[in-house]
Design a protein around this ligand. Structure first.
Ligand code: XMP
Length: 510
């Protein structure tokens, strides 16, 4: 294990991911964790992350007491580099020469971290204070125009640091620097997908024993991978429930009902609730009301299924696809197995008490996808872009009807197919296709006048869906999508492109 000491969450998560990309397991711990507790995790190495503070600010987080006496190899990054310098007797000053963004770094001495790397390299900086003198006995390895000490190391003590952010893509040799540290610390690359899946399966077996578990599948990657792991661990003692609300995209229900089951052998109960949802949505146009109705109906159907499953005997566990970023953000980043007694998750009745099984708690999204591949899940499922729970229900602007769903499903399938064919799946975060069902416009097709509906394409790029920009999809790809949709979906005679960033526009239209 490599512990990433968190001085500012977003940096720490990225570092942890990069360490794992070197096939070394890493875990994020708060900077307030006592060193004895860190040592109990038997870390091979420790990384001090960057963070938003200045070492001079009141209440600035400090290096955990006694850390440098442990003998565990330690690497400080940005803020972590500065607190390290200060704690070891170096000098940090507010030089007034802040560096933000791409910066030219000069390697003065290769040492361990820069071995074999170019003397001049581009790195990503983000700091106000600078280390102006390295602690005694340290070799200064790098500098920039404004930062005399941009890297130092004491190989004998196993202490290393750099001012820049090796974890971000824009640092040209960042990953190599990180790898050199891990090698120097003696970390072996044993965190492979096969091990990850095997460990997760073993952990579920240990937790569930000979109990039974229930899992709701949504068609998304998280619940699918979680279910596949639990299935591998306890076989038929897992029952999955798939509520088909009729608001999924073309092929997605089949993916769950056939491909996923074929790939995993999971015991699945399918509930075709399309009619029930349509009936509940009849006449409703307000977006919030649609969401509420869809959520409410989902819970009701799921409750009925629970009761039916429980009639066969008790089930003690509910499988959830919780990911590591959620765990870190909710303050539970210490990685201790957290078995909460279930409380109303997914709106289950209060009298049903479940313990949660969360086999993805230690994983980042990209690792979940790779675990899904390792488990042999359908590629379309593993690589599926985000899709909202209320589904196409919030992509029809106006009342949701069967006919409108059919129109939107066809148009959406064409857009997805063409974007995939153009190799854009990994560049685009997601591309909602929206039907303006209450709008009509005049067109001409063949010899006749048409009076059809417009479709909106909403391709966006994003890191986390909190902010987004509209994707610059090549014109020829857009042209193909437009031609095909207007030719193949009779009710649509106009295709438009949404060129709004988020903010101000949300990704979805409702
Ligand atoms: P917005 O539209 O708020 O969407 O910019 C941000 C991200 O969240 C997804 N989204 C949802 N996901 N249930 C979900 O599971 C929902 O009700 C929901 N609404 C929006 C959206 O697709 C985007 O990825």
């Amino acid at each position: 294990t490599v512990l990433v000491v968190d001085f500012g969450a977003q940096y720490a998560q990225l570092i942890a991911r990069r360490v794992r990309e070197c096939h070394v397991y890493s875990e994020i711990v708060p900077s307030t964790m006592p060193v004895a507790e860190m040592l109990a995790k038997r870390p091979k190495a420790i990384i001090l992350s960057g963070g938003p503070s200045s070492v001079y600010a009141g209440g600035a987080p400090a290096v955990p007491e006694g850390l440098f006496e442990t003998g565990v190899p330690t690497f400080g990054i940005c803020y972590g580099f500065q607190v390290m310098a200060q704690a070891l007797g170096g000098r940090v000053a507010r030089t007034g020469a802040a560096e933000f963004g791409g910066t030219a770094l000069t390697v003065l001495r290769e040492g361990m971290l820069f071995a074999g790397l170019p003397a001049a390299q581009q790195v990503w900086m983000s700091h106000g204070d600078s280390v102006v003198a390295a602690p005694d006995g340290f070799l200064v390895t790098a500098s920039t125009a404004d930062t005399p000490v941009a890297g130092f190391e004491d190989v004998a003590r196993g202490i290393y640091g750099v001012q820049f952010h090796p974890e971000v893509m824009h640092s040209a040799h960042g990953q190599a620097v990180l790898k050199h540290f891990l090698d120097a610390a003696g970390c072996r690359p044993s965190w492979t997908m096969l091990n990850i899946v095997e460990d997760a399966v073993a952990a579920v077996q240990a937790q569930v024993g000979d109990g039974r578990a229930i899992c709701a599948l949504s068609g998304g990657v998280d619940s699918a991978v979680a279910a596949a792991i639990v299935q591998r661990a306890i076989g038929d003692r897992l029952t999955c429930v798939f509520v088909d609300h009729g608001l999924l995209r073309k092929g997605e229900a089949v993916q769950v009902e056939q491909d996923f089951v074929a790939a995993t052998g999971v015991k699945l109960r399918v509930v075709d609730a399309a009619e029930r949802f349509l009936k509940a949505l009849a006449g409703v146009t307000d977006p919030e009301e649609k969401r509420k109705i869809i959520g409410r109906e989902f819970i009701r159907v799921f409750e009925d299924e629970q009761r039916a499953i429980l009639a066969d005997g008790p089930a003690d566990f509910l499988v959830q696809g919780t990911l590591y970023p959620d765990v870190v953000e909710s303050g539970g980043g210490t990685g201790t197995a957290n078995i909460k007694s279930h409380h109303n998750v997914g709106g289950l009745p209060d009298d049903l008490k479940f313990a949660l099984v969360e086999p993805l708690r230690a994983l980042f999204k990209d690792e979940v996808r790779r675990a899904g591949e390792e488990l042999g899940l359908p590629a379309a499922m593993v690589w599926r872009q985000p899709f909202p729970g209320p589904g196409l229900g919030i992509r029809i602007i106006g009342e949701v009807t069967q006919e409108r769903l059919d129109i939107l499903r066809e148009a959406d399938a064409i857009a997805r197919e063409e974007l995939s064919r153009a190799g854009l799946d990994r560049d685009i975060w997601q591309c909602p296709v929206v039907l303006l069902a209450d709008v009509r416009s005049v067109g001409v097709q063949g010899d006749g006048r048409t009076y059809g509906h417009p479709i909106v394409l909403r391709p966006v790029t994003s890191e986390d869906a909190m902010t987004a920009d509209w994707s610059r999809v090549p014109y020829d790809v857009l042209a193909r999508i437009s031609t095909r949709i207007t030719n193949e979906v009779r009710e649509v005679n106009r295709v438009t492109l949404d060129i709004t960033s988020k903010p101000p526009g949300t990704i979805e239209w409702e």
